[in-house]
Each structure stands twice: as C-alpha cells, then as structure tokens.
Design a protein around this ligand. Structure first.
Ligand SMILES: Nc1nc2c(ncn2[C@@H]2O[C@H](COP(=O)(O)OP(=O)(O)OP(=O)(O)O)[C@@H](O)[C@H]2O)c(=O)[nH]1
Ligand SMILES: [Mg+2]
Length: 445
C-alpha cells in the first residue's frame, strides 16, 4: 500500500495502545513518542511533528471524555483528527467534479515531476466518468514530448493535440484548447513543459499560458519522493500562478511521502489526486480522512469517529427548519447520510418535534452502513446541477454516476427512489407539525 513504512509504524503504535491494559500518563507519553518517530521517519517537518504532539497532549488534557467512550477512544480520535488536519482537513470535502463545460485543466510542475504521465492518468480517470476528454501537449522543449503523450492518449482512446516544430508553447496551448472547445470536448487537459534553464523562465511561461488559455483549474504536479522539500516547490508555483489543486506523484514506495503530503497541504491547496505507480490506472483521488484511516490501519476507526460525531451532533434550528420546509435537496441528504448511523440525526431531529414521540419508519432505520456509504458515493459523483434537479438524471447520466461511484445503475435508481420517498415524508411531517403549532421545541436544543 501507499506509504507502507509510515502505515506500518503507525498501525503498530495504534495496536499497542489498544492492547495496553491501562491507558495512563506513561502509556500516553510513549504513544505520542512513537507517533513522533513514525512521522519524522516519513520526513514530516520537525516543527509540524512537535505541533501535532503538543496539540494531542493539550486536547487530551482539556477535552472531556463523552459519556459512553473510553480515554483510549478519545485518544485515537484526537490523533486521527490531528493527522487529518495536517493533510488538509476538510478542504477535500469542498472538492467537486468539474461542473462547468468546457473545463480546462492546466498542469504545471518541474521537470520529471510526472506531468505527462499524470495528464494521461487524469484523462483516463475522467473518461471513465463519462466525460468527453482531450489532451493538449504544450511542451515543445523536449523532443519526443508530443509522441509520449500521443502514445498514452492512443492507449486510452483520448485525442491529443500537439504541433511539431512549433516555436511557441503558448501558441500550441491556445490552438489546442480552441480546437477541442470547438469540437465540444468537456474536459481539456493541458500538459506543459518542465524543462527550462532557470526557474524564472519556467514561471514566466506558465503565467503566460495561463493568461492566454484562462484554465478553470491549474493543477500542480509534485514528485513525492522529494519529501518535505515539496513545500518550497508548491509555494513558488502558487505565488506565480494561482494553483487550484495538487497531484502528488510517485507515492508508491516513497518513504518520504508523508513529508511531501503534509508539506504541500500547508499551502492550503487541496491535494486532489495521488499517483501510485507508473501505469495509467495507478491514480487515486485523495481524501485526508480516508487516507489517515488507512495509514492508521484501524478498520473500525471510521465507525468510532462516526460514533463520536453522533454523540456530538446537535441539530441547529436552521437544520430543523430546512428539514421541515420541504426543501430537502440531495445535498441535504448527503449531509444527513454522512452523520447518520443507525439511530442517526434524522431520528434526533424528529424526536424534537413537539408531540412527536414516534420513531422513524423502517426505510430510515434500515439504512445500513454499507448503504449509507454507497448512497454518499453516488451523490458525491453527481454534478451540482444534478443534485439540485435530480429529475434531469436520465439513463446516460445514471451510467456515469454509477461508474463514478463504483456502483450500478440499479443502485443509483434505488437512491433516487429513496430520496423521493424521503422528500415526501418531509412534506408529511411538515403538515403534521403544523397541527402542533409553532416549533418552539427546536430552540435551546
Ligand atoms: N512510480 C511512479 N512513477 C511515476 C509516477 N508518475 C510518473 N512516474 C514516472 O516519472 C517519470 C517522469 O514522468 P513524466 O510524466 O515524463 O514527467 P514530466 O513532468 O512530464 O517530465 P518533463 O516533461 O520532462 O518535465 C516517468 O518515468 C514516469 O513513469 C507515479 O505515480 N509512480
Ligand atoms: Mg512531460
């Protein structure tokens, strides 16, 4: 798996704390020291490591253990959250699929960082999500750059634009984007050159291309094997052209990947993808929460975190009002699904309605964990438009959504059906609650 050594060290540490008969000061100190050691070995910046350990200790001192939880569980939750934080935290939750057409992605990065390989991986990734994708090779420095991309494009059936003997890479980029926009392509990925005599001329060229083609997203490609040095690279690029996302390559087998990940996350730019091998399908979307769950090697971690969330969940008046206003969009459903487990927030909300002691109907109760995951993935694979107007989801959109979420068309249909029922239920609740007059019960929850 990615970052094998870090993962091994961390999961070992976690197992140790799980086995410890007693979680006292000494065990905790040792636990934190083990984590420090693992992070340092993965080339995470020393100051960052110190900061994490201080945060963990401070939070352990200050946070009360919620009822029904043990100190051990609280400790794990804090460690999980602090690690997620250094990898970008909730930034990922805001990362969406391109929802504008055409959508132009410009790749930048230094020589050998993996731009061309990643361009093809991205094309493959989006093509599988049923987008009409094209590639532009704006690298006229390296002979063979065009051929490299063309061969990759051929493999995945994606057209590649390039020009031989052209003198201006800016012009190639402009021509390529124009051509593919005219031909109705939805995602156009522009590969650029990394080979320049000096940094300044590279930055100038990137700026010039960006000014001319006005990409919707500039994606920085960074080689993870350079470890925490990745910070300087990300910073310099970010200052010159506004970077919208990061693709971290060569995380497979890189012992310093943890350093690279945490270093680029400091820029505040979301890490969208990671490269985990040379092959075209060796690309993964990056989600700090999922990632930390994996490297901590604790299968149950996610459910533990969910349990905490649930215990901490307090519906706001706004939640309640929206819930009852009948404006229950797929985005609302997604939010609910994310915090729901069996006796989730929906139930809590309903119990707040004065005069309502009834529990939820079966179809709410029976949302199993697997289904919640599946439903969330399905909604996450929808565009903004689809979430707002689910009625536009026809069969071809269903197919795309199913592929994007790793589910089947039937699953998508089922989700939409469930959603419709829930929406109906909301309306019914609304009518009923009217009978009970004002919803005073919601305040001061
Ligand atoms: N192991 C591994 N190798 C990768 C990954 N991504 C790219 N590479 C390799 O890195 C090397 C450089 O990749 P390129 O895509 O040509 O890099 P580039 O940034 O386009 O290079 P220039 O165009 O010369 O600036 C190639 O050997 C790729 O196979 C990855 O995720 N894992
Ligand atoms: Mg290249």
């Amino acid at each position: 798996m990615v970052l094998e050594s870090l993962s091994k060290a961390l999961s070992e540490t976690v197992r140790k704390i799980l086995r410890a008969p007693l979680v006292d000061e000494k065990t905790i100190k040792e636990f934190i020291r083990d984590i420090q050691r693992a992070l340092l070995q993965a080339d995470v910046n020393v100051n960052l490591v110190l900061q994490i350990s201080q945060n963990i200790e401070k939070r352990l001192r200050e946070e009360k253990i919620p009822q029904g939880f043990s100190k051990r569980e609280l400790l794990l939750k804090i460690v999980y959250e602090e690690l997620v934080k250094i990898l970008g935290g909730d930034v990922y939750d805001k990362v969406k699929l391109p929802n504008k057409k055409p959508y132009v992605i410009m790749l930048v990065g230094i020589q050998g960082s993996g731009k061309t390989t990643s361009a093809a991986k991205l094309a493959f990734y989006y093509k599988r999500l049923n987008y009409k994708v094209a590639l532009v090779c704006a690298d006229n420095y390296r002979p063979g750059a065009f051929d490299q991309l063309r061969q990759l494009g051929e493999k995945i059936g994606v057209p590649v634009y390039g020009e031989r003997d052209a003198t201006s890479s800016v012009q190639i980029a402009v021509n390529g984007v124009k051509k593919f926009v005219n031909e109705g392509f939805e995602i156009i990925i522009v590969d650029t050159a990394g080979r320049h005599k000096e940094e300044k001329s590279l930055m100038n060229e990137m700026r010039e291309i960006a000014e001319k083609i006005k990409p919707d997203e500039i994606m920085l490609i960074v080689d993870a094997t350079i470890g925490q040095q990745a910070y300087i690279q990300a910073k310099v690029f970010h200052e010159n052209t506004k970077i919208g996302s990061i693709f971290l390559t060569k995380l497979d087998g890189s012992a310093r990947g943890g350093g690279a990940l945490s270093a680029v996350a400091v820029t505040g730019v979301p890490i969208k993808f990671i490269g985990v091998g040379e092959k075209i399908d060796e690309i993964e979307t990056f989600n700090p929460k999922r990632f930390v769950g994996r490297i901590l090697g604790l299968g149950d971690l996610e459910s533990l975190i969910e349990k905490f969330k649930l215990a901490e969940y307090k519906p706001t008046e706004e939640d309640a009002n929206r819930f009852l206003s009948g404006k229950f969009t797929l985005d609302d459903l997604l939010t609910q699904l994310k915090s729901i487990s069996k006796m989730g927030p929906l139930n809590k909300l309903i119990q707040l309605i004065p005069g309502f002691s009834l529990s939820l109907p079966d179809e709410f109760q029976e949302l199993s964990k697997v289904k919640i995951k599946r439903y969330s993935a399905i909604i996450e694979s929808m565009t903004k438009e689809e979430r707002e107007k689910p009625e536009i989801i026809d069969r071809s959109r269903m197919r795309r959504i199913a592929m994007g979420s790793g589910t089947s068309i039937r699953d998508v249909q089922e989700l939409l059906e469930q959603y419709k029922n829930m929406k109906k239920m909301m309306k019914m609740f609304k009518r009923k609650t009217k009978l009970f007059g004002k919803l005073k019960g919601f305040t001061g929850v």
